[in-house]
Design a binder for this molecule. Structure first.
Ligand code: FMN
Length: 180
């Protein structure tokens, strides 16, 4: 149930092997805890109509330099509405500690989406690859010892908290923001 005054936030994601889905769930939990009415869905289950939400977080796994197809397609399908509301994007992929250590800019396709839809922010989170992953290449990477779980849960939660803070500050007005 949405409490009066709570911003309604959609978290949608494209994921092949489940780790980006877990990141989205984590973001959803943090947003809910911070006072947003949050729904988390696979991007492919979201129609082009996101009018029921005040803000959207859209994320996708990276495969061969591209955002997951489901995230790309939702960005296209719901473009006009996404462009008209606060929007944040995330990518997940690097199979090393790099994403937790520094800001990794979006790949070209995601940068274009961010520009086109005037996204408020983008972040790249570390990825995960294990022996359950689909696909020959994935299994080869794991067998070569290059798999692992490089997601930083605190980083994910912290990013979601920043989003919540921004949404709630906008809703409460300048009188209610920190330091005023
Ligand atoms: C075939 C293949 C290609 C990948 N390409 C990239 C890439 O271009 N950039 C990147 O950062 N990570 C890449 N990764 C790592 C995945 O993005 C990472 O495993 C991610 O967590 C997968 O998300 P998912 O579990 O939601 O599908 C690749 C992984 C595989 C198996």
């Amino acid at each position: 149930m949405v409490k009066p005054g709570e911003p309604r936030v959609l978290v949608a994601y494209g994921s092949k092997n489940g780790s980006t889905a877990e990141i989205a769930e984590r973001i959803g939990e943090a947003l809910s805890k911070a006072g947003c009415a949050t729904s988390v869905y696979p991007a492919r289950e979201v129609s082009g109509d996101v009018a029921a939400y005040d803000a959207v977080v859209l994320g996708g796994a990276l495969y061969s330099g591209h955002w997951h197809r489901d995230a790309r397609r939702l960005a296209r399908r719901a473009g006009p509405q996404l462009g008209a509301r606060p929007l944040w994007l995330f990518s997940s992929g690097p199979l090393d500690a790099s994403a937790a250590e520094r800001d990794i800019p979006p790949v070209r396709g995601v940068r274009r989406v961010a520009e086109r839809l005037d996204a408020r922010g983008h972040i790249t989170f570390g990825g995960r690859l294990d022996e359950h992953a689909h696909g020959r290449t994935a299994r080869m990477i794991v067998r070569a010892g290059k798999g692992g779980d490089f997601r930083d849960l605190d980083q994910i939660t912290g990013w979601a908290e920043l989003i919540a803070r921004e949404l709630l500050a906008a809703r409460n007005g300048p009188g209610e923001t920190e330091g005023t």
